[in-house]
Write a protein that binds this ligand. Structure first.
Ligand SMILES: NCc1[nH]cc(CCC(=O)O)c1CC(=O)O
Length: 334
């Protein structure tokens, strides 16, 4: 309103230009950025990746990483779905933002709750790495090859329900820990194969361990899988602005569609749910499913729309899933 009033007079217009220019100068480069990150190798890789990208943009800026341990990292003996779900990996980082120890937090979008708490905002969603799940085995090259009774490791209800539905002859056993720990458990012979996100393996230069990239038709990825999010304090508009160049619109449209779907479905780690959007020739296609944990029932559907209306596509797909049976599944899990 104030600006609008100023623009109306000629003199004020000149002042306005000066003001804007000043603003641009002030905005041009932050003095210092502290990045809050979890301390797992993958999280630190991701924080360092964002640090490098920011240094390309702002070479003068002093950018450091503040590593921290979160609840999700400490509790390793319990399945993720039983210890409070989403937000587990990011609350401590938000506390650091809140009290000014850090300026931004880097998250895997997969770990970010569907509703970002007030006081914070996602300033940028970065370009997606491979969103698929990876099949990793020392003895077999694909899921189809696994003999009856083979033990497959995963702690994700989403992966488990889809496995049980399509490969009922396999046994699914829990597998927690960071990427390296999970690979070690495979190598120690506890499992015939494990399933984890391809993005994490590729980032850590462990892509050579992937026996097969599982097509989304067989294992629909988690909402946000493969994308990173940069969270800022809501009351820090300069920082929000400085993060904008890292925002990747195509990824963001897809991730927003997926997140809107999950939000309407009350998505959390307790619900076996997957969502994955892609944009081809200007059309966004979102696929989603909700399942019973044992995979005995899977409600899946897809919906197309404009990328810019991704959120509405997500909300509508969620409604469609609900009317086709997801409502009962969700009610039984509540
Ligand atoms: N649940 C932890 C987590 N959060 C993000 C990733 C992988 C990287 C990504 O999706 O961007 C992983 C590991 C996994 O699921 O195997």
């Amino acid at each position: 309103m104030q600006l609008f009033a100023i623009i109306r007079t000629g003199v004020a217009r000149a002042r306005m230009a000066a003001l804007l220019q000043n603003q641009i100068l002030i905005m041009s480069s932050p003095e210092k950025i502290v990045i809050a990150s979890r301390e797992s190798q993958l999280a630190l890789w991701q924080a360092n990746f964002i640090r490098s990208r920011l240094l390309e943009l702002y070479p003068q800026t002093d950018i450091t990483i503040l590593g921290m341990t979160t609840k999700g990292d400490q509790i390793l003996d319990v399945s993720l779905s039983k210890i409070g779900g989403k937000g587990l990996f990011i609350k401590e980082l938000e506390l650091a933002l809140e009290d000014g120890r850090a300026d931004i937090a880097v998250h895997s979008m997969k770990d970010v709750p569907m509703i970002v708490p007030s006081g914070f905002r996602l300033a940028a969603i970065t370009e997606r790495e491979d969103p698929r799940d990876a099949f990793v085995s020392n003895d077999f090259t694909s899921l189809e090859e696994l003999p009856t009774g083979s033990v497959v490791g995963t702690s994700s209800l989403r992966r488990e329900s889809q496995l049980r539905a399509r490969f009922p002859h396999l046994q699914v056993r829990p597998l927690r820990g960071n990427v390296q720990t999970r690979l070690r458990k495979l190598d120690e012979g506890e499992y015939s194969a494990i399933i984890l996100a391809a993005a994490g393996l590729k980032r850590l230069e462990l892509g050579y361990r992937i026996s097969m990239l599982i097509p989304p038709e067989l294992s629909l990825p988690a909402v946000g899988q493969g994308a990173l999010g940069i969270e800022c304090r809501d009351n820090d508009p300069d920082m929000v602005e400085w993060m904008k160049p890292l925002h990747h619109a195509t990824t963001a449209y897809c991730v927003e569609a997926e997140r809107a779907m999950s939000r309407v479905l009350g998505g959390s780690c307790q619900v076996p749910l997957g969502g994955f959007a892609e944009i081809f020739e200007g059309v966004l296609t979102l696929r989603g499913f909700v399942a019973t944990p044992d995979g005995s029932k899977i409600i899946a559907d897809k919906l197309c729309g404009k990328p810019e209306s991704g959120e509405r596509v997500g909300e509508q797909l969620a409604q469609n899933l609900k009317t086709h049976g997801a409502e009962e599944i969700l009610a039984a899990l509540a």
